[in-house]
Design a protein around this ligand. Structure first.
Ligand code: FUC
Length: 350
């Protein structure tokens, strides 16, 4: 078990520090205090080869220039809010419109683009880094001073967990997630098209052309390309002619409602390397994003960036929920404590 911290780079003259957590099996998770970005997760394949399974960079400059939220904590509100405006207790709030006239992932300078405080905690069974940040009243248009805390914990059984905690001094909205792009092939050897995904989900949200929920909840029974209950390769949805796959850029950018919580509800497998990622969450949904908007004008640790190089499994509340009363609420009352945990267990096939 080992924890180390070192300088990663600078943002506007301020130092950015990276923290490396290594467990007794040699699994490694590296994160930086800018955006709580996870830059690297190194886990064994079935032969014991330790390789990185997330998209990330080794320099601050690359994060500033190219990163589509690689590995970052996104908030205050993950996903889109139509028109960037909403009402709370009769008061209208206008958020930053940073995506086709809509609000996306917390705005122009969301949680992914600020420097957090960090503190390392070690005990017998696990090692953690706790990131904290005070988001001021009115930041990006949101009401309330919001005290945010994100804890990354690595256990000796190759389980990595993320816990979020928040409290606000005014009624506000909250919906945070981590935007890691997974690629279990190891060191980006292959695209994610042959990855097989299993989801305990019977329904998903229909999206409009701007990728905003229409309000319709569709059953996966009627649309096989969205039925991941028995496992399905990502490729089948990429080749699909269904309108929902086409508007997502030939793939997926959809919130799936989870029918189970904390019971292996998300399983991602890569046959060739034998790596398996099992995700458990207390969140009501997971957004499956297959990297369909990824630009191809930069490299990621020597590999050409492109569509389908990584996929995100963003455990979270439903996007635009404030405009759809039949969606689970993302309103946080004054003084109420928001808590959520997602666990990522890395194993290999039997
Ligand atoms: C995901 C998607 C978006 C966006 C972004 C980079 O969360 O929902 O469409 O492109 O990430």
């Amino acid at each position: 078990m080992k924890v180390s911290q070192e300088k990663f780079g600078e943002v506007n003259g301020q130092p950015v520090t990276s923290t490396t957590l290594v467990n007794n099996q040699g699994m490694e998770v590296v994160s930086i205090d800018y955006g709580c970005i996870i830059t690297k997760i190194t886990v064994p394949d079935e032969k014991g080869n330790m390789e990185n399974v997330v998209l990330g960079f080794d320099s601050m400059e690359e994060y500033k220039m190219h990163s589509p939220y690689f590995g970052a904590v996104v908030g205050r509100f993950a996903g889109r809010i139509k028109g960037g405006h909403f009402e709370l207790d009769g008061q209208t709030y206008q958020l930053e419109k940073n995506n086709n006239g809509n609000h996306l992932h917390g705005g122009l300078r969301g949680f992914d683009k600020v420097i957090w405080n960090s503190q390392v905690i070690t005990d017998e069974n696990a090692i953690s880094v706790v990131y904290s940040y005070l988001s001021g009243d009115g930041e990006e248009g949101y009401p309330g001073n919001l005290e945010m805390k994100v804890t990354y914990t690595l256990s000796h059984t190759n389980e990595f967990s993320i816990s979020y905690e928040a409290v606000s001094d005014k009624k506000t909205l909250i919906n945070v997630t981590n935007h890691s792009y997974f690629n279990l092939s190891g060191d980006l050897k292959r695209d994610i098209l042959d990855h097989e995904l299993t989801l305990k989900s019977e329904s998903f949200l229909e999206l409009d052309e701007e990728l905003i929920p229409t309000g319709e909840i569709l059953s996966v029974k009627d649309i096989p390309f969205f039925d991941f209950r028995e496992g399905r390769t990502i490729k089948s949805g990429v080749e699909s002619e269904h309108a929902q796959n086409i508007l997502a850029g030939k793939g997926y950018d959809h919130p799936f409602l989870l029918t189970e919580n904390e019971k292996k509800e998300i399983i991602l497998k890569d046959d060739e390397s034998g790596r398996v990622l099992t995700i458990e969450t207390d969140q009501p949904s997971v957004v499956l994003y297959t990297g369909t908007q990824m630009a191809s004008d930069f490299t990621i640790r020597g590999v050409q960036s492109r569509k389908y190089l990584g996929l995100c499994l963003e455990t979270q509340g439903l996007p635009d929920s404030i405009h759809h009363p039949h969606f689970p609420s993302s309103i946080l009352d004054k003084g109420e404590v928001y808590r959520s945990t997602t666990k990522y267990l890395f194993t290999v096939m039997e």
